[in-house]
Ligand binder design. Structure first.
Ligand code: BEZ
Length: 223
């Protein structure tokens, strides 16, 4: 099935390392990330979950709730978490800071998370490395889909959260490799007159051979 940008993200109930959870109750009113990993006790997944746990403050300061997910059972997640805690610095006196869900095959298939090329010992497909970023309105704002052999770049995840949160409230878009605080671009739907009203710090138009005035930079309106 899979979910398209702008769709309401479906609710689900699931066993997790923090007990039985209802996804909507967990994320209520917040930005949220549901991200999957292929399997517990695998090396790349350990670096990813370790990074997310050690750097949980990066999600907290952006008001983002995190939930990990794979098709492994909760007992397996709990055993694996001990390894992650042993090799990574954990916040909150060592407590693992977010729940890991034990997704059913139907759930992960409905969410479009399965990687047909990555199978378990019995030939069943494992989950790929998906990242779903969901807005406070429960709609899908961004998704990333990586194969099992490529670990994710969490700096990019923090960067896209910053862009999503900024562009949700300001009529700007963020250019290639943008980082919070850097110059943004006025969205094409705004006329120059509207942009003058909306951006008191002004904007600069880059001259181009077409003479079209579509490349307009303005300071990050959040700083
Ligand atoms: C890993 O997390 O290291 C991994 C998992 C499945 C396939 C390949 C690598």
């Amino acid at each position: 099935m899979g979910i398209n940008l702008g769709n309401v993200f479906p609710n689900f109930k699931c066993s997790t390392t923090e007990g039985e959870m209802d996804f909507y109750n967990y994320i209520e009113g917040s930005w949220a990330i549901l991200f999957s990993h292929p399997a517990d006790y695998t090396p790349v997944c350990t670096t990813e979950l370790g990074h997310a746990a050690s750097n949980y403050h990066e999600f907290e300061k952006r008001g983002v709730k995190l939930m990990g997910l794979s098709v492994d059972p909760v007992d397996s997640h709990n055993g694996w978490i001990k390894d992650i805690q042993a090799i990574c610095t954990m916040p909150n006196a060592g407590k693992f800071p977010f729940p890991l869900a034990a997704g059913s095959r139907k759930l992960v298939s409905d969410l479009g998370m399965l990687d047909p090329d990555e199978v378990d010992g019995s030939g069943m497909p494992l989950t790929a490395r998906c990242v779903f970023i969901i807005g406070p309105d429960k709609r899908l704002k961004l998704s990333l889909l990586y194969p099992a052999t490529t670990g994710r770049n969490f700096k990019e995840i923090y960067r896209v959260i910053d862009s999503l949160q900024l562009t949700a409230s300001k009529k700007v878009a963020t250019p290639a490799n943008w980082e919070s605080g850097e110059k943004c671009m006025v969205v094409p739907s705004l006329s120059d007159e509207q942009a003058k009203q909306l951006f008191p710090k002004g904007f600069e138009t880059t001259p181009v051979p077409s003479q079209k005035s579509y490349i307009r930079y303005t300071p990050d309106p959040s700083v």
